[in-house]
Write a protein that binds this ligand. Structure first.
Ligand code: NAD
Length: 491
């Protein structure tokens, strides 16, 4: 082990060493350790959740007036902005994304806290039409302790996406970041503390999902799990939730189709398809990893795309010129390589990429070249299974009916892209494709004010949007009697 100082974790507001095994977070560009910490232990989990429940009941957070709680969340946003460069650099080291991307993720986290502070302050309950001698109201209450379980691909943004609405709703939050990227959740907990979130309302428990995530999910005091990660894990959590009768939101995997029609603006389509699959090194749930191109323009389009992919600048995540950093771990790169080999063995041809980049700059990190395969159908395994890396499968299509049938032929339904100058065709395809988000003549654009989530194996529930806060609240109907006389039945 290196001589880095051991980082404390946050157990119900106490900063202390975790009770679990020691491990290191590595910089994926060089494989050097950048942080050392002890994972949480199952008893840390219990202590954090019992403490969170106590803080929820006694700290006054849940009962704070909305504008006062919103003011704390505005301070969280301001502190994130004040420290944005430091956070962006830390996140670059933690997960190897290029600095331009981590800066954007930090800015998005600040925006998310600001948005949910505003949503909280302007939240309205309703008076519903009465059908008797009473006034009826629908109001919302916080739930108690909620868990946020996040993946490694977009830390800080993923954590903020769950913490901000959960805290705005008045809950206590136990955050379980991915084992390999623990740093941003810990930074957010520090910021929440400094902004005035009461002690115990936020805990951060890094560690293995199968141990710590599982213990959190099963804990009887956890009233909701908001999960982002793989579909297999999501289904496991859903089973536990069914036994506890606990609501969950599941943001899961994807295998999103991008459709380029013959009338598309090709400059825009090439840039958008490239960004859609290769930004974040393809480690993105919404990566446009299945490309359908009208047969009449297929060859010309894929040739341009392959040239542009080949020219992408791969390398040092600290450089502002870098477009693609390394993959998250050596193991993940091996899984991507196995998928590319599988694609070739299924009859696929590599148009570009399919190898590790060579040279001293790439020797130690987990780099992989942007890869385009063709010659495979939509039913090939690498066209159906989520690879979560910079691998695109390109396919020609003949008719719109055929296109829609293939685009929808997937267990996933997270996102889709349509490229066409004809707004009527784009509208028709956009409505016909089954996906939680459809981008038309753009791709991978996000706004916290627009709901996000998947259909089918891509998930359950929606995050973001003003309604996102209600995921973390229980709804209650209140009847206020206005009778002049006792209820007649008892007479
Ligand atoms: P993962 O499912 O392995 O892990 C996600 C989180 O769940 C981690 O914190 C992990 O430790 C935890 N976990 C693992 N097993 C658990 C268990 N048994 N109980 C409770 N928690 C457990 O996913 P990953 O490899 O970290 O992330 C990649 C996946 O995430 C991809 O499938 C990707 O598509 C998906 N993802 C989805 C979205 C979305 O919004 N739909 C966003 C980002 C990533």
């Amino acid at each position: 082990m290196s001589n880095l100082e051991l980082l404390p974790i946050n157990v119900a507001g106490e900063w202390r060493l975790g009770g679990g095994d020691e491990y290191q977070s590595l910089y994926p560009a060089t494989a050097e350790p950048i942080a050392r910490l002890n994972a949480a232990s199952p008893s840390d989990v219990d202590e954090a959740i019992v403490g969170a429940d106590r803080a929820f009941r006694t700290s006054g957070w849940a009962r704070m007036l909305p504008h006062a709680r919103a003011a704390v969340l505005h301070r969280v946003a301001a502190l994130i902005r004040e420290r944005s460069e430091d956070l962006a650099q830390k996140q670059r080291l933690d997960n190897g994304k290029p600095i331009n991307e981590t800066r954007a993720l930090v800015a998005s986290a600040a925006g998310t806290f600001q948005f949910f502070a505003a949503a909280l302050e302007t939240l309205e309950d309703s008076i519903t039409p009465s059908r008797g001698a009473y006034v009826t109201m629908s109001v919302h209450e916080p739930m108690g302790v909620v868990a946020a379980i996040t993946p490694w691909n977009s830390p800080i943004a993923s954590e903020a996406q769950k913490m901000a609405p959960a805290l705005a709703a008045g809950n206590a939050v136990v955050v379980k970041p991915a084992e390999v990227t623990p740093l941003m959740a810990l930074e957010l907990a520090k910021i929440c503390e400094e902004a005035g979130v009461p002690k115990g309302i936020v805990s951060v428990l890094p560690g293995k999902g199968s141990v710590i995530g599982d213990a959190i999910t099963r804990h009887p005091l956890v009233k909701r799990v908001s999960f982002t990660g793989g579909t297999t894990t999501g289904k496991h959590i859903a089973h536990i939730a069914a036994d506890k009768m606990m609501p969950v939101s599941l943001e899961l995997g994807g295998k999103s189709p991008t459709m380029v029609l013959e009338d598309a603006d090709l400059d825009h389509a090439v840039a958008g398809v490239l960004y859609g699959i290769f930004s974040s090194s393809g480690e993105s749930c919404i990566a446009g990893s299945r490309l359908f191109v009208a047969r009449s323009i297929y060859d010309a389009f894929v040739t341009r795309l392959a040239q542009a992919a080949h020219a992408l600048r791969i390398g040092d995540p600290a450089s502002e010129r870098t477009q693609m950093g390394p993959l998250i771990t050596a193991k993940h790169r091996e899984s991507i390589e196995r998928y590319v080999d599988l694609g070739v063995s299924e009859g696929g041809r590599i148009r570009t990429g399919g190898v590790r980049p060579s040279g001293a700059d790439y020797d130690r990190g987990f780099f992989y070249t942007p890869t385009i395969l063709e010659g495979l159908g939509n039913n090939a395994r690498i066209t159906q299974e989520e690879i979560f890396g910079p691998v695109l499968v390109a396919m020609p299509f003949d008719t719109e009916d055929d296109l829609i049938a293939q685009a929808n032929d997937s267990v996933y339904a997270l996102a889709a892209g349509v490229w066409s100058r004809d707004f009527k065709r784009a509208w028709k395809l956009g409505r016909a494709v089954q996906a939680g988000t459809v981008w038309i003549n753009t791709y991978k654009q996000f706004s916290v004010s627009t709901p996000f989530g998947g259909w089918r194996d891509s998930g359950l529930g929606r995050e973001k949007g003003r309604e996102g806060i209600f995921q973390y609240m229980e709804q209650k109907s209140m009847y206020w009697g206005t009778n002049e006389e006792p209820l007649p039945w008892a007479r």
